[in-house]
Design a protein around this ligand. Structure first.
Ligand code: R5P
Length: 338
């Protein structure tokens, strides 16, 4: 039996969303998780009052991926939860195969919930001879039969234009603002660690009523960056460095080094929506005077990470978005600012 929403609990339990057995559009809701972040899927499912649908994911001996959805999806409103974080290609392909399986199994409406969208940084050609990887990933998603995509804090809002299917761009920033607010020093300064993060820093600054500074970053390679300068008054202030993602930790490390050299107090807070934490990230961040490092669980975070992380869970945000989409209600305050 498909895990129909509300089945056996017509009066929703506290903390669950009020989704009836049949939504307003007459379809049952089914949540399916890929392998990228089952813990987040469980959190979403618990909020919705459902169980994630059964599926098999395995590798054939030659390395091909094989997936099978083990539920009856005919006529269902299906939400496929899969962030395309590392290993990016494997998670993307799994999403595409699961989408095709759901489509062929008769899903009436199929939405990919992609809390972290890999390839988003390849949103333009920095040099001749390069592809626009973000566009390729978006095309693959649209071609797999998905009707709609839900993403969280995309690297750039302009990515919406890459998708041939509707994109709902949610934001974890309000959640992260509330996580950081209680212990934020009075003399804090919000820091954009590169020019691409300026709009984001201004958003935090407005919400937290603090000034903004910007580091001028130059990327030397995938792992190496260099800070070339700093704009803004930072001396004697405690920095709150904000970014959309932490990958190798090079950007955050370069920003902190620059800020300390410019006279910031060594009481650093770092906030990012996506914690990829690949390569030397853990070692780099561990060596910095970071008092709070706050991220979301958009990608799975290993339990035994030797780093003190505070995780603001996305489960409630995603469950609320699914509930609203299923009932054809506007997403309003859940959406990212343009
Ligand atoms: C770049 O534009 C992004 O917003 C991040 O600043 C960057 O991807 C972080 O990567 P890393 O942690 O490897 O420096």
């Amino acid at each position: 039996m498909p895990p129909q929403l509300g089945k056996g609990c017509r009066t929703p339990r506290r903390g669950r969303l009020a989704i009836p057995l049949q939504g307003l559009i007459g379809m049952s809701v089914t949540l399916i998780s890929g392998s990228a972040n089952p813990a987040l899927a469980e959190s979403v499912a618990a909020r919705l009052g459902v169980k994630a649908a059964g599926r098999v994911l395995e590798r054939f001996p030659d390395g091909e991926l094989h997936v099978q959805v083990q539920e009856d999806l005919r006529g269902h409103d299906v939400y496929l939860l899969q962030p395309t974080g590392p290993p990016v290609d494997a998670h993307l392909l799994e999403l595409l195969l699961l989408a095709d399986a759901c489509r062929r199994a008769g899903a009436a409406r199929l939405t990919a919930v992609v809390p972290y969208f890999g390839y988003a940084r390849q949103d333009r050609r920095a040099r001749g001879g390069e592809p626009v990887g973000g566009r390729v990933a978006a095309d693959l998603i649209a071609a797999s039969g998905l009707h709609r995509v839900v993403a969280v804090d995309l690297h750039t809002a302009a990515l919406e234009g890459f998708f041939a299917v509707p994109l709902e761009h949610l934001s974890a920033v309000p959640l992260l603002v509330e996580a950081v607010r209680p212990a934020l020093p009075e003399r804090a300064v919000i820091v954009a660690p590169d020019l691409g993060a300026v709009k984001l820093a201004e958003r935090y600054a407005r919400a937290l009523d603090r000034p903004v500074a910007t580091v001028h970053k130059v990327r030397l390679s995938g792992e190496e960056v260099r800070a070339r300068g700093l704009v803004g008054e930072v001396r004697g202030r405690a920095p709150l460095v904000v970014d959309d993602m932490i990958s190798t930790g090079g950007t955050i490390t370069a920003a902190i080094t620059t800020l300390l050299a410019a006279g910031c107090v060594p009481e650093v807070t770092v906030v990012a929506s996506h914690a990829l934490l690949v390569g030397p990230a853990v070692e780099r961040l561990g060596a910095q005077p970071i008092r709070r490092l706050i991220v979301t669980d958009s990608v799975a975070i290993p339990r035994d990470l030797p780093l003190r992380l505070e995780v603001a869970g996305l489960g409630p945000l995603l469950a609320e978005a699914i509930d609203a989409l299923h009932h054809e209600r506007p997403l309003g305050r859940l959406l990212a600012e343009g």
